[in-house]
Design a protein around this ligand. Sequence first.
Ligand code: SAM
Ligand code: SF4
Length: 329
Amino acid sequence: MLLDNHGRPVNYLRLAVTDRCNLRCFYCMPEEGIQYLPKKALLTYEEMERTVRVMAGLGVNKVRITGGEPFVRNGLLGFLRRLSEIPGIDALHLTTNGVLTAPHVAELKALGVRSVNLSLDTLDRDRFRHITRRDELPRVLDTLHALLGAGIEVKINMVVMEGKNTQDIGPMAELTRHHPVSVRFIEEMPFNGEGARLEGFTWHYRRILDELKAHYPGLYKLTDEPNATAYGYGVPGHAGTFGVIAAFSRSFCGTCNRIRLTAQGVLKTCLYDDGVLDLRQLLRGGSTDEALADAFRGAFRHRAKDGFEAEGRRSSHLPASESMSTIGG
Ligand code: SAM
Ligand code: SF4
């Protein structure tokens, strides 16, 4: 079991398979997009598979595929199949914007993908187009229905943003009335790829919670999993549940079990650090599996205790100089 210097077990890898995306969510990247990495700068599927095998040997048993948009990278399903066969990996998860996902849902089910996080910030087509700068809401809703139809666990990620979609908190919450989904309301974070500080952050998780309580006076607290980032809530009679994620307030760092690997193979021991290990260099420089495992152990011996310390240790840039599309969320 991989333990960090604060005694936290680390068993969950978030793997960004690409930095490319077919949407342009304004909180993630500028309208013109980000400077994508050249193809050869991305880890190959073989390199990622080897990394996961080594990490599985250290006790990692849960992998989330993210990006960019995972489905814009060719060969994704074959890669998922190979990951699903790695001994020790007992849960594969996926985060997607849902634009290209619906046709693959049956295969995801067959591969045993445990749950899919679908990013959806509004049910209003105009606001969707405004936020993502693309008119793709119908295809995202097709994916939602396909996932529910296939019986795959669905979590919906809604970033709550002043002046953009706060009127959608109620309608999004209503999805839980008849559908067995978890709708997660997420504080906006500063990773917009523009270098601009996050202005006007007013939708703190407590305010989101107050808004939910105003809609549902019967809201009750659920028991959260030990490493959960979301505070879970239920409403009597609803098929689904809510989560509120203090992603910017960073209230969950004390139990963080996550490793992040960016699309170019940079290891992050915290979302807010600026990378602690160049894995691609090790992989391409001929390192043995044992050397890779040592490098992972070494990285987790110097882990910041929380996201504030990690941010303070960044070498120069603001987090906002990074796009979440490169990090994976
Ligand atoms: N493209 C896929 C998607 O959107 O689901 C996967 C990658 S995306 C970077 C992963 C998650 O990060 C999404 O749920 C997205 O809403 C979230 N995200 C991106 N930028 C964010 C920001 N600035 N603040 C909070 N969440 C953000
Ligand atoms: Fe693309 Fe996901 Fe970023 Fe939106 S949040 S631009 S869908 S990577």
